[in-house]
Design a protein around this ligand. Sequence first.
Ligand code: NAD
Length: 246
Amino acid sequence: MDALIERAAKDITSAKYVAALTGAGISVESGIPPFRGKGGVWEKIDPSYAEINRFMRDPADVWRVLIKEMKDLIDRAKPNNGHKGLAKLEEMGILKTVITQNVDGLHQMAGNTDVIEFHGSFARLQCMMCDKTCHSREVDLSEIPPRCECGGIYRPDIIFFGEIIPPETLRRSGDIASQCDVMLVVGTSAIVQPAATMPIIAKQSGAKVIEINPERTPLTGSISDYLIMGKAGEVMNGIISVISDR
Ligand code: NAD
């Protein structure tokens, strides 16, 4: 692993434009479980809870079973060395943008300033009746489902399975993927589309694609140049210390 960390530090520092694509795995060391794999949410909850049709059919049930639990974990979570490492790379003037599939706000809390929230954020809620939006901190979540003054039910401002990614988000992410010369792909199973297409666009546009994940993914061995097999926090820590020592 050390040799690959050295290699990544070299690739990152010789690049002109570094971008990152992150997924649920980067927040595991902050206490937020991923959806898939060992310890993942789908071991306990049926994945259909993340589908828009199920939410529309019975928002109270989805709020109770999935959203409330995730939100409680997110509210307690703090950025770990994975998030901090990416923030440090931005501070060093190396990393430009983080495209994240996460809805937990931890990249911004760590200090990254250009974060594309590909799947939205739990930090915002929207009334399904009058469309009013607000910060989830302003809403009483002891009543489930939470309601707006107009009586409408609030939904989290996230993209459920079966919903489309806002065109501007997709356009900007695609532009970044085609312009970067290194893409760090951290903690994503690279299964959820269209986010999983971003490393493919990067690769086809000539970028190096570096994966950080304790497991192989469909990108490994084909799209990614190499996989640093390990936890995001440990690997990012290693990369930052090699770069800082140079
Ligand atoms: P995923 O659940 O499909 O996969 C998680 C990946 O993280 C796996 O490849 C796993 O091997 C890897 N992983 C596990 N522990 C890790 C660690 N310590 N360091 C690095 N990698 C680790 O996640 P996904 O690909 O992001 O897609 C699922 C969707 O679920 C996302 O689109 C996201 O919207 C949503 N989600 C978000 C959060 C969050 O905001 N924190 C949490 C769960 C799910």
